[in-house]
Write a protein that binds this ligand. Structure first.
Ligand code: NDP
Length: 307
């Protein structure tokens, strides 16, 4: 990812004026990991703006409670379906239900993620779960939903909630960095990098091999997610007939910045609602302003860069 400043003037998080409003109550958005934190706040924002929103959560009780909270606030356009992104069976069940219930899908916010470290810790004890959830789960869900996106009448959007911890400049191993920066990077190469990381963790040599220094397993998962997003964005660009042609699907990444959620032990510079407002505005950009293959940084010194 290169992080030079670009023109960001079109991006106005709020208010979303009626002249830029392309969606309706028939526009369907799915948000993962939405029983709390940023995901919950994104569902709420979408629902307030009049979309039909599917709140998903891995725990049925927590998910239903979150949906009921929003419905009690008058947001009847929120639906719940259980989804554990690390479970292929759970993903399959969601896709079948979406196909039967809504036929097509317009927006996916891949928000669900785990990190098992406190702010100043860096254990890789749960590296396997972190990579499985944050990278493989997100990828499988995305790939499984592509046929439903293709049935959408609007330009579909995938917003991957990522992290600046997954920026390529956090990778100190120059060989791996060069691989991930290749113009013609493949999914297979991304997964080979993840296998190397798993091997380094297994052999206890991950600290000396130049992987990111902070929240290493989580950062590697987001690094891979960013790389996959770039590969996918390029695939769509080709599928749509090249840059400049009317796009059918856009994929971008968004770092919400240091946000006060369970993941950060409640620490952070801003609320999940503030982060969600930015995320929702990005996901709802009008088609002519919607980029493909961009990384948006919320609450930072620069705002948008190429993935
Ligand atoms: P939270 O821990 O508050 O929320 C994470 C959500 O993901 C929870 O709903 C959690 O469910 C869910 N989740 C975890 N594992 C799974 C799974 N296997 N299947 C489905 N859902 C799952 O964290 P945030 O709201 O802060 O995180 C949201 C996103 O923002 C993440 O992608 C995170 O990496 C990213 N981010 C956050 C930052 C921050 O400062 N907070 C900074 C940069 C990025 P449950 O309640 O059941 O655990």
């Amino acid at each position: 990812m290169d992080s030079k400043e670009v023109d960001f003037s079109f991006f106005s998080p709020s208010p979303l004026s009626s002249s830029t409003r392309w969606w309706s109550k028939d526009t369907v958005a799915v948000v993962t990991g939405a029983n709390k934190g940023i995901g919950f706040a994104v569902v709420k924002r979408f629902a307030e703006l009049g979309l039909t929103v599917v709140l998903t959560a891995r725990d049925v009780g927590r998910g239903k409670k979150a949906m009921e909270t929003l419905r009690e606030e008058g947001l009847g356009n929120v639906h719940f379906f259980p989804l554990d992104v690390s479970s292929p069976a759970s993903i399959h069940a969601l896709v079948s239900w979406l196909r039967t219930t809504f036929q097509a899908l317009d927006i996916l916010v891949n928000n669900a993620a785990v990190s098992f470290n406190e702010i100043n810790e860096n254990s890789v004890e749960h590296a396997e779960t972190v990579i499985k959830t944050n990278y493989h789960g997100t990828k499988l869900l995305t790939e499984s939903l592509l046929p439903l996106f293709r049935l959408s009448t609007s330009v579909s959007r995938i917003l991957n909630v990522s992290s600046r911890l997954g920026s390529i400049n956090k990778m100190r191993n120059l060989g791996i960095k060069a691989t991930l920066q290749k113009e013609n990077l493949t999914e297979q190469e991304i997964e080979q990098v993840l296998e190397m990381f798993a091997e380094d963790v297994k052999k206890g040599r991950w600290e000396s091999r130049g992987w990111p220094e902070i929240w290493t397993d989580y950062s590697v998962s987001k690094l891979a997610l960013n790389a996959y997003s770039r590969v996918l964005a390029k695939r769509f660009e080709i599928e749509n007939g090249g840059i400049g042609r009317r796009r059918r699907i856009s994929i971008n990444c968004f770092c919400p910045g240091f946000t006060q959620t369970a993941m950060t032990g409640g620490k952070g510079s801003h609320t999940p609602q503030a982060a969600a407002q930015l995320a929702a505005a990005l996901a709802l950009l009008p088609p002519h302003h919607l980029p493909n293959g961009s990384f948006f940084l919320g609450f930072g010194p620069y705002n948008k860069s190429r993935l």
